[in-house]
Design a protein around this ligand. Structure first.
Ligand code: HEC
Length: 195
């Protein structure tokens, strides 16, 4: 930047020399020659300064270009890394969600939890109609019971009840370890098999 001021300085010198030379009238011709020499010098210097400036500019531009390229490469790398990270995270999240969704459907609807519990806890009485228990699959025995509505059936299966003939359905079929929801899906299963 300081170099850029040189032409101005040189021009001033040239003008001073020219004026000084022009002032001495008897040495006019010599002065004119000197002035021409100075002018050449100035022109030369100016050219030099211009070329130096151009070189410096070119160098600066090259450096800047290189820096920009490096920065861009770094940024691209960082973006790629971050993208890969996000993709991994998303994948994991989606997998978790899918697993959770599958787990949420499985117990009742898909795995046949109702049938499973029935086979282990209710089958003993309800398969053969032991103690006058309504047999699963016996639509006649179930029609009136189903007509009472699911809530009543759930309630009676959970808390137990004594029928008109004094026959006893024990609370949860004697399986206190089963949750109310377990009993409900089991009743749903028994009902669906007895319609
Ligand atoms: C010890 C035998 C026995 C077991 C075990 C048993 N039940 Fe029962 N259950 C009965 C009898 C007996 C009745 C019929 C009572 C009546 O109406 O006279 C009955 C009736 C029912 C009814 C009909 C209720 C209504 O309101 O009509 C449902 C529902 C039922 N049981 C569900 C279950 C479920 C679910 C299980 C297994 C968790 C189970 N039972 C296990 C004996 C049993």
């Amino acid at each position: 930047m300081i170099q850029m001021k040189r032409p101005a300085l040189l021009t001033t010198l040239f003008l001073s020399a020219f004026l000084m030379a022009a002032c001495s009238s008897d040495k006019g011709e010599e002065a004119a020659k000197k002035a021409a020499d100075v002018k050449d010098m100035v022109t030369e210097s100016a050219k030099e300064v211009a070329s130096t400036a151009k070189e410096a500019t070119t160098e600066a531009v090259e450096k800047a270009t290189e820096t920009v390229k490096e920065t861009a490469a770094e940024a691209t790398e960082a973006v790629a890394e971050k993208t890969a990270e996000v993709v991994e995270e998303t994948k994991a999240a989606v997998t978790d969600k899918a697993e959770a969704a599958i787990a949420a459907i499985t117990p009742d609807a898909v795995s046949g939890k109702g049938k499973e519990i029935y086979d282990s806890a209710c089958f003993a009485c309800h398969a053969e109609g032991l103690a006058s228990a309504p047999k699963v699959g016996d639509t006649e025995a179930w029609t009136a019971r189903i007509a009472k509505g699911s809530e009543v059936l759930y309630e009676n299966a959970i808390n137990g009840f004594v029928g008109k003939k004094g026959t006893i359905m024990p609370p949860k079929g004697g399986r206190a370890d089963l949750s109310d929801d377990d009993i409900k899906v089991t009743v749903d299963y028994m009902v669906s098999e007895s319609k």
